[in-house]
Design a protein around this ligand. Structure first.
Ligand code: HEM
Length: 204
């Protein structure tokens, strides 16, 4: 890293994470949109499959005893159950796990993954509005995009405040960034797989 790069590194950890995930986020956003998930329910279902798989892989992290001491409401933040219920609403089978899930992340890596999962709730505020056009809502088919209890902005702010307040070693700092990048890469793989294996719409 050059001195110039260091000078451009924001002082808040959450801002550094935003900075390093900006490009992966832009790419993922474009990839999601390329599949036009809000055009039809057939297009939407694989998006939910990817969300379900991603959330399922995060269940252990959201329920990690040590992480709960840092973020007490962590288990309630996980959306694996909502995504599973969405699949049922959409009459879509619960998918089999896809090889390559994160294994034994360090605590700091896990926080990087959780940062991405929690951050994705911000984009979800926009996505759920589009899902309404498909007849879906936070109680049917698009539960995992719904407003979290206590509020979307509030949930994010409290998470970020905790994250920014943690004292981490240089190694842990690198791990949290690695976790965030790995999470974006993994969501990309899951999304691509979900669309590649989805039943295609019948041709008229
Ligand atoms: C798996 C991870 C993620 C996915 C799949 C995802 C997906 C998306 C998509 C598709 C949009 C576009 C919504 C629209 O224009 O209709 C969006 C917007 C947004 N996302 Fe994400 N996102 C993820 C992670 C994050 C993270 C980590 C953050 C924050 C740190 C974040 C913050 C936002 C914000 C603020 C918006 C709204 C407007 C914008 O800046 O583009 N997202 N996201």
């Amino acid at each position: 890293m050059t001195t110039q790069d260091l000078a451009r590194r924001p002082s808040l950890r959450s801002q550094r994470l935003n900075q390093i995930t900006h490009s992966p986020h832009t790419r993922l956003d474009a990839l999601v949109k390329a599949h036009a998930p809000f055009e039809t329910l057939t297009n939407f279902a694989p998006f939910v499959v990817a969300q379900y798989l991603f959330q399922s892989e995060l269940v252990a992290m959201y329920n990690d005893a040590e992480l709960i001491t840092i973020v007490p409401d962590l288990p309630a933040r996980c959306r694996a159950e909502q995504a599973k219920a969405d699949l049922a609403d959409l009459e879509t089978d619960v998918p089999a796990a896809i090889a390559g899930a994160v294994k034994n992340p360090t605590k700091a890596e896990a926080l990087g993954w959780i940062f991405v999962s929690e951050g994705s709730k911000l984009g979800a505020a926009f996505l759920i509005k589009r899902a309404v056009g498909l007849g879906l809502s936070d109680t049917f088919g698009a539960r995992h995009l719904g407003e979290p209890a206590g509020g979307r902005a509030e949930g994010w702010k409290s998470f970020i405040k905790t994250l920014d307040g943690l004292e981490l070693s240089a190694e842990e700092e690198a791990d949290i960034e690695k976790g965030a990048i790995d999470a974006f890469n993994r969501f990309t793989v899951l999304l691509e797989q979900a669309y590649a294996t989805a039943p295609k719409a019948e041709l008229a």
